[in-house]
Design a binder for this molecule. Structure first.
Ligand code: GLU
Length: 317
């Protein structure tokens, strides 16, 4: 067997046997819009620890289906940072740009079942309603004309979605209020909600641990999963790390990239943010030692119903 083929086979074998061993498959799914920052480290670390503490699989998926928002080189930088912080994933990284056929088939299935419809509303028309959609095109008959630029929306049928979040407790959302959401964009790109649902199912994801900033995507994703006959994973939405103005650390507000040299103090702070009972002895360990200790002490209990953590409250003492 050629070396690259053999490596691929070995990786697939490990991936499959890990999936057999534990009913848990978690994932970290960054968009390559910039390097990882401290806020994204929290999401990566929590999903990694939650998977490893359950002897589960932990996958990495690069959500690169929005080229206008992407930064050249960001995917490699993200993978490099995960490696430096000891967050080693199972199997091969899945890149969403390689999955367009699956998204196309799913969109066709939704349209075939009349669960999705074309929408010609402009941003201007919707300005006073967004991010919620008032359903203008649900019954518009001219919206499907190919010459009119249109998005495709999922008909959420005004359902109420209730789910048990492992951190935030019971959540209830009215899809009537959230409105029918876009599954294919007017600019010809597949929307995040569609791609994420298709790939979570494809990768057999059982557990999603991510920031609370995505919590109102969850009812949308659950409705889509149900319409498509997919599994619904368990969800845990983490508090977000906020800056001195109370805003979530993000690439948009210029959060600093994670240091790639000397990662231990930053990893220690991330463990502290996640409520792990760290002490200075742990801080003197290597990244690998810290992660083993963190897996042994992992619990979501200290985070219960927390929605934000000010970065300034995290100090190295
Ligand atoms: N790609 C999304 C982001 O970077 C996260 C997707 C998810 O965890 O569902 O914000």
């Amino acid at each position: 067997m050629q070396k690259s083929k053999k490596d691929k086979w070995v990786t697939e074998f490990i991936h499959k046997s890990l999936q057999k061993r534990s009913p848990y498959t978690g994932r970290f799914a960054p968009s390559p819009t910039g390097p990882l920052h401290f806020g994204s480290l929290i999401a990566a670390l929590a999903s990694y620890l939650d998977a490893r503490a359950a002897s589960g699989c932990w996958l990495v998926r690069i959500e690169d289906i929005d080229p206008p928002r992407e930064q050249p080189g960001a995917s490699d930088l993200i993978l490099k940072a995960l490696d430096v912080y000891g967050l080693h994933w199972d199997g091969e990284v899945l890149y969403q740009h390689q999955r367009l056929g699956a998204y196309r088939d799913t969109l066709a299935a939704l349209k075939g079942e009349a669960l999705a419809y074309p929408c010609i509303c402009t941003r201007k028309e919707l300005a006073s309603y967004l991010p919620n959609y008032p359903g203008f095109c649900r019954s518009r008959t001219d919206a499907g004309c190919p010459e009119l630029a249109h998005a495709i929306r999922f008909n959420a049928m005004d359902q109420v979605v209730v789910f048990q979040d492992r951190i935030q407790k019971e959540q209830s959302f009215s899809l009537e209020e959230l409105g029918d959401f876009v599954v294919f964009r007017k600019d010809g790109l597949f929307a995040y909600q569609l791609a994420v649902v298709v790939d979570d199912e494809h990768q057999g994801v059982t557990d999603i641990v991510r920031g609370i900033d995505l919590i109102d995507s969850t009812p949308r994703q659950i409705t889509l999963q149900k319409a498509l006959g997919f599994h619904t994973p368990r969800y845990a939405h983490l508090p977000v790390i906020t800056n001195e103005f109370g805003d979530k650390l993000s690439k948009q507000n210029k959060a600093a990239a994670l240091p790639l040299k000397n990662p231990e103090p930053t990893l220690w702070l991330a463990m502290k943010a996640l409520g792990l009972p760290v002490d200075s002895a742990i801080r003197n360990g290597s990244v690998e030692e810290m992660l083993i200790w963190a897996q042994q002490h992992w619990s979501l209990s200290p985070l219960q119903q927390q929605t934000s953590i000010p970065e300034a409250s995290l100090t190295l003492d």
